[in-house]
Design a protein around this ligand. Structure first.
Ligand SMILES: [Mg+2]
Length: 708
C-alpha cells in the first residue's frame, strides 16, 4: 500500500502495518506459500480466540444483564474464582492470538505513524494488565484504591477486541491471496516445453526455460509458441488474442514475428527464438501485473485515518484525567487517578471499529453475488464510488466477442440466399475457425440440411476449398479468390464499405465464379449503449482502448456513444494510459475481458472483468460480472455508493457509544453523583456499538433499487 516502502525480508509495512507484497516475479511461488501460511496462521489464531472469547462474552453479559450466574459455570466459585478463569481464558487470546497486532503496533510507535493497531494494542494491553493486577494482587489493589471501587476486570474486553480485529484481518488476507492467482495463470500461458531443432537436425523436447536466443524451434498445429521469435520456415495461423484481444487468428509467414504464449491454430513452422526469459512480451505482461498489484494506489483505510487522530487524543485525555484526579481528587488521589485514566483508555478503544468495514463489505459482497457481481477485492468497492474515468475494452467487452453472421448475399439469380448459406455451411463444417463457426451457427438456426463435401482442404489464413456435387467450391477472403482466379471486381466497393464498418466479408466461389458473399460482424452487446450513456450522465469520462484496427474501433465507438477511442494498442499501452490518467490524480475503472487487458486491469483503481472472458482477466480483476452484461457496471457502482455510506455510518456507530461513555470514565459525573465507571458500562457500550454496527451492515441487504 505504501510503494515507497521496500524491505529486504518479507514482513509488514512499517507505515500501515499491512503485509508487504513481493517485488518481481521470480520470488512468487515461495512468496505465495508464505502468504498462504500466514493466512492459515491467522485463521488458527482467530478460531482459538473465538472459542476462548465466547464463554468470556456470554458469562460477562449474563453477569451484567441477567443475574449472578457464576454458579452455573463448570467451576464453582469456591473452587476457583471467576476472575482467575477469565485470566486463564484471556491470556492466550491476548498474547498468542493477538501477537501479530502487538508487533505491528510496536513498529507503528517506532516509526511514529500511529494506526488502528496502535489503538488496539494500547486498549487491549491496558485492559489486560489492569485486570491482571486486580486478579493477582486483590488485597494490595484494594488498599491502593482505598476500597472505593468495584474491583472488576476487563478481560472480556481485551479478548473480544482481539478476536474481532483478527476476523477483519483474516478476510483481508484472503482477498490478497486470491490476487496472486492471476500471476500464475499468466505464467502458465507459456508452454512448459518446446521442440528444439539441433544443429544436426535432430529434434528434442526441452523445457521452455532452457531455450536460448537463436535456437530453432518447431511449432506444430495446436502448439503454443514458447518464446518470442520470427518464422524462418513454413507458416501458421496464430490466435494472438493474448496481445490484441481479437479471437480471429492471424496468418503468419516467413519473417513474421510470433509471440510467446500465443497459440498456433493451423499450419506448422520453424521459428528462431529472439527473446527469452524476462525479455519476452509475456514476461513483461506478468511483470506489469505484478508491479501494478504491488503499487496499487494507496487506500489508507478510513479506520486508520480516524485512528491516527484518535490515538493521541485518547492518550491526551487519559493523561489529563490522571492529572486532574491526582491534584484535585479525594484521597487516595493516586488510586482515583489510576482507576479513571485506565477506564478512559479501555473505553476509548472501540472494538466495533475493527468490525465496521469488514461487516459492510461482507454483506455487500453477498448482495453482489446474488445479482451476478462477484466482488473479489472488497476494498475496490470502496473505491468504485469515487472513480472519474471508466475505460472499456472493445472486443468481448462492448461487443459479444464472437463473430455473428449478419448478411448473406447472392450474386447469381440461380442461388437463393438460403442456398448460398447452405453451401458455405456445408464446406465450413468441421472447421473451428471463428468465422466458419459463425456461418455454421446461422445455418443451424435456420435448420438447413447440409450437403456432403469432398476433398475439404483448409488454406491457412485464407479459407477453405472442397467439392460439392462435383463442383469446386471456394470459401474465404480476397487472397483465396485471386489464388483461384475468381474475379471479385463487381463487389470490391461493397467489401471496402463493409470492412470500414468493422465487418468481415467471406466470399464464396463455385467453379471459378463468384456466386455470393457473407458478412460477419462482432455484435455490440444490447446494453452497451444504455450503460455508457448512463455513465456519462453521471459525469464520468468514458474511454475505449482496443487492440483492434482504428476503423473498426471508431465504428463501434460511434454506435455506443464513446468519443475518446484509442485503437491498435498493445497490453502495455493500455497499462501506460491508465498510469498517465492516475498521474493526473484521476481515479480509473477498467472493464475488460482478455489476457491483453490483464496489466491494465491490475493497474486500474477498480478493475471489472466481464464473465466468459479469459480466466486471467477474472483472476486479475477486483470485480467480475458473471453474466457478461455491462449493466453490472452500473449496478456495482450503485452498490459501491451504498456500501461506502454504510461504512461511514458504521464508523459513527462504532465510536458514538464509546465517546458518550468517555466522560463517565473520566469521572465527570463523580462530583455531582459520586458515580464512576464500572466495567459494566464499558461492556454495555462495547456490546451496543458492535450490535448496531452489525445491524446497520445487515440493513445494506435490504436495499434493492440498485439491482434493477
Ligand atoms: Mg477483449
Amino acid at each position: 500500500m505504501h510503494p515507497e516502502v521496500q524491505e529486504q525480508a518479507p514482513g509488514f509495512c512499517p507505515v500501515c502495518g499491512m503485509v508487504l507484497e513481493l517485488v518481481g516475479v521470480a520470488a512468487f511461488p515461495d512468496g505465495d506459500q508464505r502468504e498462504y501460511r500466514e493466512y492459515k496462521g491467522l485463521k488458527r489464531r482467530f478460531w482459538i480466540a473465538f472459542m476462548l472469547s465466547l464463554p468470556l462474552l456470554l458469562f460477562n453479559m449474563g453477569e451484567h444483564f441477567i443475574l449472578d450466574n457464576r454458579q452455573l459455570f463448570l467451576f464453582r466459585a469456591d473452587w476457583f474464582s471467576w476472575k482467575e478463569v477469565q485470566l486463564l481464558l484471556a491470556t492466550p487470546v491476548v498474547f498468542w492470538c493477538g501477537c501479530p497486532f502487538f508487533e505491528r503496533a510496536w513498529v507503528s510507535i517506532k516509526t511514529k505513524s500511529l494506526n488502528m493497531f496502535t489503538l488496539i494494542a494500547l486498549g487491549v494491553s491496558i485492559a489486560y494488565f489492569y485486570s491482571l493486577f486486580i486478579t493477582v494482587f486483590p488485597r494490595q489493589m484494594t488498599s491502593f484504591f482505598g476500597g472505593f471501587f468495584p474491583l472488576d476486570v476487563y478481560f472480556e474486553s481485551a479478548a473480544v477486541i482481539t478476536t474481532v480485529v483478527l476476523l477483519g484481518h483474516m478476510i483481508e488476507l484472503k482477498t490478497r491471496l486470491r490476487t496472486n492467482q492471476a500471476i500464475y495463470q499468466l505464467l502458465n500461458l507459456a508452454p512448459p516445453t518446446a521442440t528444439l531443432i539441433n544443429a544436426d537436425q535432430t529434434e528434442v523436447e526441452v523445457s521452455t526455460a532452457a531455450i536460448q536466443v537463436g535456437d530453432l524451434i518447431r511449432i506444430r498445429p495446436g502448439d503454443k509458441i514458447p518464446v518470442d521469435g520470427v518464422i524462418v520456415q513454413g507458416n501458421g495461423v496464430v490466435d494472438q488474442s493474448m496481445v490484441t484481444g481479437e479471437h480471429i487468428p492471424v496468418e503468419k509467414r516467413m519473417n513474421d514475428a510470433v509471440i510467446g504464449g500465443t497459440l498456433n491454430n493451423n499450419g506448422s513452422f520453424v521459428m528462431r527464438a529472439m527473446k527469452v526469459g524476462h525479455q519476452t512480451l509475456l514476461a513483461q505482461i506478468v511483470d506489469m501485473v505484478a508491479k501494478a498489484q504491488r503499487t496499487k494506489a494507496p487506500i489508507q483505510k478510513v479506520a486508520d485515518q480516524v485512528s491516527a487522530y484518535f490515538v493521541p487524543l485518547v492518550i491526551g485525555m487519559a493523561l489529563l484525567t490522571f492529572w486532574v484526579w491526582l491534584n484535585y481528587g479525594p484521597e487516595p488521589s493516586l488510586g482515583y487517578a489510576v482507576f479513571t485514566s485506565v477506564a478512559v483508555l479501555v473505553i476509548a478503544c472501540p472494538c466495533a471499529v475493527g468490525l465496521a468495514v469488514p461487516m459492510s463489505m461482507m454483506v455487500a459482497t453477498g448482495c453482489g453475488a446474488q445479482a451476478g457481481i462477484l466482488i473479489k477485492n472488497a476494498a475496490a468497492l470502496e473505491r468504485l464510488a469515487k472513480v472519474d474515468v471508466v475505460i472499456f475494452d472493445k472486443t468481448g467487452t462492448i461487443t459479444e466477442g464472437t463473430p455473428r453472421l449478419i448478411k448473406v448475399q447472392s450474386l447469381k439469380e440461380v442461388y437463393t440466399q438460403t442456398e448460398i448459406l447452405r453451401l458455405a455451411a456445408s464446406l465450413a463444417r468441421g472447421s473451428h475457425h471463428p468465422l466458419a463457426m459463425s456461418i455454421l451457427k446461422a445455418a443451424e438456426s435456420h435448420h438447413l440440411a447440409l450437403e456432403d463435401c469432398q476433398d475439404v482442404q483448409a488454406i491457412a489464413g485464407q479459407g477453405m476449398t472442397g467439392s460439392v456435387r462435383g463442383k469446386t467450391i471456394v470459401l474465404g477472403n480476397q487472397q483465396l479468390m485471386s489464388l483461384f482466379n475468381i474475379d471479385i471486381s463487381v463487389i470490391a466497393e461493397q467489401i471496402q464499405a463493409d470492412c470500414r464498418q468493422g465487418y468481415s466479408v467471406i466470399l464464396i466461389g463455385l467453379d471459378g465464379e463468384l456466386v455470393g458473399f457473407l458478412t460477419v460482424a462482432d455484435n455490440i452487446k444490447v446494453d452497451a449503449l444504455p450503460v455508457i450513456s448512463s455513465l456519462r450522465k453521471q459525469g464520468l469520462t468514458v474511454v475505449m482502448l482496443t487492440g483492434d484496427h482504428t476503423q473498426t474501433a471508431q465504428a463501434i465507438a460511434r454506435e455506443v456513444g464513446i468519443e475518446e477511442v484509442y485503437a491498435e494498442v498493445l497490453p502495455q499501452h493500455k497499462y501506460e494510459y491508465i498510469h498517465t490518467l492516475q498521474a493526473k490524480g484521476l481515479k480509473v475503472a477498467m472493464v475488460g475481458d482478455g489476457v491483453n487487458d490483464a496489466p491494465a486491469l491490475a493497474q486500474a483503481d477498480v478493475s471489472i472483468a466481464v464473465g466468459n472472458g479469459a480466466d486471467i482477466a477474472m483472476a486479475t480483476a477486483d470485480i467480475t460480472l458473471i453474466s457478461g452484461s455491462l449493466r453490472g457496471v452500473i449496478k456495482a457502482k450503485k452498490l459501491s455508493e451504498y456500501t461506502l455510506k454504510n461504512i461511514q455510518q458504521n464508523l459513527c456507530l462504532a465510536f458514538i457509544y464509546n465517546i458518550f461513555a468517555l466522560p463517565i470514565a473520566a469521572g465527570l459525573f463523580y462530583p455531582a453523583w459520586r458515580f464512576l465507571l464500572s466495567p459494566a458500562v464499558a461492556s454495555v457500550a462495547m456490546t451496543l456499538s458492535s450490535l448496531s454496527v452489525v445491524l446497520n451492515a445487515l440493513r445494506l441487504a435490504t436495499l434493492t433499487d440498485w439491482r434493477r
